[in-house]
Design a protein around this ligand. Structure first.
Ligand code: SAM
Length: 324
């Protein structure tokens, strides 16, 4: 098992396969942003498979592909199939904005992806445009329909409520998730980069209280997945609501994850600078044992917690660079 100096077991690796995205969500990539990683620095599928295989050998069984927008990476289903086939990988999932899911849902399911998280911040076309910077709603809805038809074990909708922009859209999103059997997760905006620092979520606790009363939800164990959300469920099991509160109620003491960015940097915490560059080692041809030692050394650097509340201006790295 991989564990850090605070006794936390690291059994979840998020792998960013690109830092590019076709959307410009107002809390994520700034409009006009040009500082993307050069393709020569992108880890190849062989390099990603090697790193994931080593993590799996050390007990990390949950892998999530993310980005940027992971479905923009050419031939992603091929990578998914290679990762799903690795010994020790129990759970392969993807976070996506859904715009390309119409084409890719079925190939990804066939490749062995079991669960999908789809980001969607509104169900109004102008609300989606305001949040994502694009007229993406129709494509995302088509993608979600394809994902539902493909038969994933779970589809979660990730929504980041921003005060005064889309916090009035939560009830409609609840109804949509009930209709389609999707799990809804509300996520507090994190002060990552100038965009995240300018974005503020409303207090989600009273919203959850209201939803719990209205839909007779009671606290529930987590559904499939290894994340930090707290969950509530309806009595008939038809609706599950998750809440991810990195600011108002952080969960660093149980953090079980690290992130591999597209350039092969291992980020040990979303809200700290601690990182370890694996690409130079990969490209210097080091042995698996040496790479494993490097990963263990990196895990030693994992900070105890973020400081999003105490030092909200600290992290200038946007989420799409780390691999959200
Ligand atoms: N493109 C994919 C997607 O949309 O899910 C994967 C990458 S995206 C960076 C992953 C998640 O991070 C999305 O749910 C997005 O809403 C969220 N995100 C991005 N910036 C954020 C921020 N500053 N605070 C909270 N969530 C953020």
């Amino acid at each position: 098992m991989l564990s850090d100096r605070f006794g936390r077991t690291i059994d979840y690796l998020r792998v960013s396969v690109t830092d590019r995205c076709d959307l410009r969500c107002q809390y994520c990539i700034p409009k006009g942003f040009k500082d993307f990683e050069t393709p020569a620095h992108w880890l190849t599928f062989d390099e990603i498979t090697r790193v994931v295989g080593l993590f799996a050998r050390m007990g990390t069984h949950h892998i999530r592909l993310t980005g940027g927008e992971p479905l923009l990476r050419h031939q992603l289903p091929d990578l998914a199939a290679r990762l799903a086939a690795l010994p020790g990988i129990a759970d392969l999932s993807i976070s996506t904005n859904g715009t390309q899911l119409g084409r890719f849902a079925e190939p990804l399911r066939q490749a062995g992806v079991r669960r999908l998280n789809v980001s969607l911040d509104s169900l109004r076309a102008d609300g989606v445009r305001a949040m994502s910077g694009a007229d993406s709603m129709a494509a995302v809805l088509e993608g979600l329909a394809a994902a539902k038809a493909a038969g994933f074990d779970a589809i979660k909708i990730n929504m980041v409520p921003i005060a005064g922009v889309n916090d009035g859209d939560i009830e409609a999103m609840v109804a949509f998730c009930i209709e389609h059997g999707f799990i809804l997760r509300l996520i507090e905006a994190m002060p990552m980069g100038p965009t995240g620092q300018a974005s503020h979520s409303p207090d989600l606790a009273p919203i959850v209280d209201h939803l719990a009363r209205r839909h007779a939800l009671t606290p529930s164990a987590a559904p499939l997945g290894a994340g930090p959300a707290r969950y509530w469920r309806s009595h008939d099991g038809g609706f599950t609501l998750g809440l991810i509160t990195p600011l108002s109620q952080h969960f660093c003491a149980t953090c079980n994850r690290v992130r591999l960015s597209v350039d092969g940097t291992l980020y040990l915490c979303l809200g700290q600078e601690a990182s370890y560059a694996l690409r130079p080692l990969l490209r210097a041809g080091v042995s698996d044992d040496d790479l494993e030692q490097a990963i263990r050394a990196a895990i030693e650097l994992k900070p105890e917690r973020h400081e999003f509340v105490e030092a909200p201006g600290k992290i200038m790295r946007i989420m799409a660079k780390t691999g959200g």
